[in-house]
Ligand binder design. Structure first.
Ligand code: 13P
Length: 252
């Protein structure tokens, strides 16, 4: 059975003290939560990952990076490699977030290289994709999502997908307070699963977790998570408050 996942993408928020405080708050809140076949992941910024790993090692909370560089090492000023992440105990990485695509020019080709680097280093990947508002308004959202997936993931062997989690994040719903409706999320997730049936197999499609991201809050999480093809959420703003994030976790 595929896993349910609630992941918090902290983006460029929280210094070291705030990181410690938020993790402590989450651990306290999480004590009262029973996780049935569900995972909880947080993705702090690079500089706080080592601390986050050590603060969470006695808890159910897992730690992910928000990015990695595709090269093994070398003259890439300011970048962080898979090996550096592994060496501080991080083996999960978010790749393809719309903010990285938009502000850091990460194209499908670059994302393919990042995915390959992650796989070579035995990382789990949370792969993000999703259409812009204009794509949806012109009824191109299915086409856009299909090409984002095909261009980066569909050349991978089926064995790679045991370590891939998908995160459908419509760009127009990120940080805007405008969520996709639960029905819109379900419709897209079902479409995505169908693409995996065509490209690989029903078995693989059934085994892959597809998260929804975009203005998920305690008040709407339960309805979105109730849909059969929605296996959890990738949470931005609401992952920065221990109570909100754990309330979302409780909805899974
Ligand atoms: P918000 O939950 O703040 O809309 O962000 C979603 C997101 O981008 C998670 O990666």
């Amino acid at each position: 059975m595929r896993k349910k996942i609630v992941a918090g993408n902290w983006k460029m928020n929280n210094n070291i003290n705030e990181t410690k405080e938020l993790i402590q708050g989450l651990k306290n809140e999480m004590e009262a939560v029973t996780l049935n076949n569900a995972r909880v992941i947080i993705a702090p910024s690079f500089i706080n990952l080592q601390q986050a790993v050590s603060e969470t090692n006695d808890s159910v909370i897992e730690v992910s990076a928000q990015n990695l560089h595709q090269a093994k090492s070398g003259a890439y000023t300011g970048e962080v490699s898979a090996d550096m992440l592994s060496s501080v105990g991080v083996k999960t990485v978010i790749i393809g977030h719309s903010e990285r695509r938009a502000y850091f020019n990460e194209t499908d080709d670059i994302l393919s290289e990042k995915v390959n680097a992650a796989i070579e280093n035995d990382f789990e990947i949370i792969f993000c994709f999703g259409e812009q508002l204009e794509d949806r308004e012109t009824n191109n959202h299915f086409k856009v999502v299909e090409s984002q997936l095909k261009n980066v993931l569909f050349s991978l062997p089926s064995s790679a997908f045991s370590k891939v989690v998908l995160a459908y994040e419509p760009v127009w719903a990120i940080g805007t307070g405008k969520t996709a409706s639960a029905d819109q999320a379900q419709e897209m997730h079902q479409f995505i699963r169908g693409l995996f049936v065509e490209a690989y197999s029903q078995e693989l499609a059934d085994s892959i977790s597809i998260l929804y991201g975009g203005s998920v809050k305690p008040g709407n999480a339960e309805e979105i998570f109730s849909k059969p093809d929605v296996d959890g959420g990738l949470i931005g703003g609401a992952s920065l408050k221990a109570k909100d994030f754990s309330d979302i976790v409780k909805s899974i």
